[in-house]
Structures are given as C-alpha cells and as structure tokens.
Ligand binder design. Structure first.
Ligand code: XMP
Length: 327
C-alpha cells in the first residue's frame, strides 16, 4: 500500500456539513491542479460513490468531465432516468447514456449458472465502456469511485463496478477523489454537493444488479416482474419510514412456477420473494421484522399490480446460513 493510499492519522472524520464543505473546496483545488485543461472519463453506475465523484468533478472541471452511464438492463426501476435527470438536466454534466439493454440480455439468454452470469455482466460492461472510450478524443484521466474500504479490503464487492481491466491503449491516469473516505463520509459530502437523498442514502446494490435476483436463466418477462415488485417494495418502505433504516431490502423472482387461481381460472405463475436484512459489514445479517400489516399490504399490491405473479413469500433466513443475495 503506498502512502497516498493511506489515510493520515490526523485526518478528521467528515461528520458535518462544514467539514464536508472544507473537503469539497480542497478537492476542487486538487482536481483542477491534477486535471488542468485535460478531459476525464467516469463510468457512472448511479451508486453513491460514483455520483459523488461526478458531482465533485462537475464542480471542479465542468464539461471536461465525460460521464458514461451504461444501462445494462439490470438496474432498478427509475434508476437510469434519475442519473439523467440529476446529472444531465440539473447539473449540466456532459453525460453519455448508453442503452445496452438488448446486448446484455441477449448475452445472458439461457445462462443459468450464477458465476457465469456475473462473468458475462462484468466482461460485457468493460466491453461497452471500452467502445465508448474509443469513440472519444483526448481523454487523459479515468475517474473512479474508489472508497477507503475498497483499498483496505480490496475485496470482490466492487469488482463489477470498476473498469480496471481496460486494454493498454486505454490506460489513463487515475482520479480517485474519495479514496480516503469511509462510506458515511461520502454520504455527508454527497448531501453537501446537493445530491438527492434517494441517491445519497441509497441501499447497497450489487454490480450485477437485478441479474442475481432473477435466478437461473434471465427472461425479460420475469425480469420485469422483479423490477416492478422491487419498486413496490421500495415505495412502501419509503412511505413507512423504513428507507435508510433497513440495510438492504429487495425482491427475488425465482425461475419456477406454482399453481394459483386468478379470475376463477387456474394460473401457473412465479412467486415473488421479499428479503429485508440488517447488517454491519455484510458478513452476517439478521432479518428485519417488518410489521405484519405492512407485509400484508405489500403482498396485496404485488399480487394486484405485477403480471405473472401469484404468490408472495418472506425470506426469514439469517446469514449465515443464507447469503443476502439468492445467487
Ligand atoms: P451475500 O449475498 O454474499 O452479499 O451475502 C453480501 C453483500 O455483497 C453484495 N453482493 C455483491 N456486490 N457484486 C457486488 O457488487 C456482486 O457480485 C455481489 N454479490 C453480492 C450483496 O448485495 C450484499 O450487500
């Protein structure tokens, strides 16, 4: 570990808007000194880390930032739209939106093995990003939303977001303005930069996205049932004060069906499984005790509003033995 990747002992923890402002001002100066009049490229997932990096770079170098948002079709409902609204419409960023939905879903068609799915998503992401980078002229820097726990652990969790595997002709100098910050500090900085709460306090979302929650071989109709049921769950959690309180909550739609009755006729549809867990470090997790009336209401909404679904289940399994994700 080099010294510039080590957090100095005297570095104050950023806990207040004032400290965030100080950090932002210092970073703007540092980014301008590093980047000069050159261009910097950033892959934006919509997650909090890359969003904070984007907002810092917009303040520091404006249109010299070229942000690329790849929609791989496995994002949650409204996510790409929010990236476009916040960064292109409000912050006036130079944002390239890449609709790669068909590409990813075609590549994933018929692939049931979870690790194979992850590999395809990761590799295709790099390929799409590379193609976009090649279309651009005069890029000198690559910005990344690396945060301090990534450096400390260099664990597998971020491997699906970062684009470290770029070929030799696309090796840029790295710009990593939040690499010495912990997650809670990134959030305080994001709030001070004016990012919306739904972005700043967003729950963790895996790089392969909904792909690991649409178990087995992904189909478009089942993916849509997953996206819609997840949106209902998130909406109800927000409405009932659970947003930002529960670590991670989402739905899963497995690739099997069961019998039901709809409008007096037999139907053969998928179940939706709800998962809501609390954890400190994602190594172990406990189950959120969702009030029964809320579970009941969410169940009613999913059954009424999501096509192709005839059952709603609640996953009561802690980690261990169960992992947080189903794949
Ligand atoms: P598990 O399922 O292993 O998840 O209990 C622990 C945490 O890691 C997230 N996770 C991932 N994040 N790429 C990611 O970026 C992945 O492939 C991946 N798999 C799991 C999961 O959402 C949870 O927060």
């Amino acid at each position: 570990m080099t010294s510039e990747n080590t957090r100095p002992a005297e570095m104050e923890r950023i806990t207040t808007p004032e400290l965030a402002r100080k950090f932002i001002d210092a970073q703007i100066q540092a980014l301008r000194a590093q980047i000069g009049d050159k261009k910097v490229l950033l892959a934006m997932s919509g997650g909090v880390d890359s969003s904070v990096v984007a907002a810092l770079l917009i303040k520091a170098v404006g249109k010299q930032l070229v942000a690329v948002h790849v929609n791989h079709g496995l994002l949650r409902k409204g996510e790409s739209e929010q990236v476009i609204k916040v960064f292109r419409d409000q912050m006036k960023a130079n944002l390239i939106y890449v609709d790669a939905v068909d590409r990813f879903l075609d590549k994933l068609a018929g692939v049931a093995d979870p690790e194979q799915k992850r590999k395809i998503i990761g590799a295709e992401f790099i390929r799409v990003f590379e193609e976009e980078a090649r279309k651009l002229d005069g890029i000198s820097f690559l910005a990344q939303g690396t945060i301090y726990p990534d450096i400390l652990e260099s664990g597998p969790v971020k491997s699906h977001h970062n684009v470290g595997g770029l070929p030799e002709d696309l090796q840029f100098s790295l710009v990593e303005p939040v690499k010495l910050l912990f997650k809670d500090e990134v959030r305080v900085v994001g709030k001070e930069l004016g990012l919306p709460d739904s972005m700043v306090y967003r729950q963790p979302f895996p790089g392969p996205g909904l792909g690991v929650r649409c178990t087995g071989a992904i189909t478009r109709d089942r993916l849509e049932a997953l996206r819609e049921s997840d949106a209902i769950l998130r909406e109800e959690f927000a409405r009932n004060g659970l947003e930002g309180k529960v670590w991670q909550y989402f739905t899963i739609v497995p690739d099997y069906k069961s019998t039901g009755v709809k409008d007096g006729k037999r139907c053969w549809d998928w179940p939706v499984i709800i998962r809501a867990v609390n954890t400190r470090d994602a190594m172990t997790a406990t189950i959120e005790e969702i009030p029964y009336p809320l579970l009941h209401h969410i169940t009613e909404r999913i059954l009424a509003e999501v096509p192709g679904v005839n059952r709603v289940l609640y996953d009561l399994s802690p980690k261990p033995v169960a992992t947080i994700e189903w794949e």
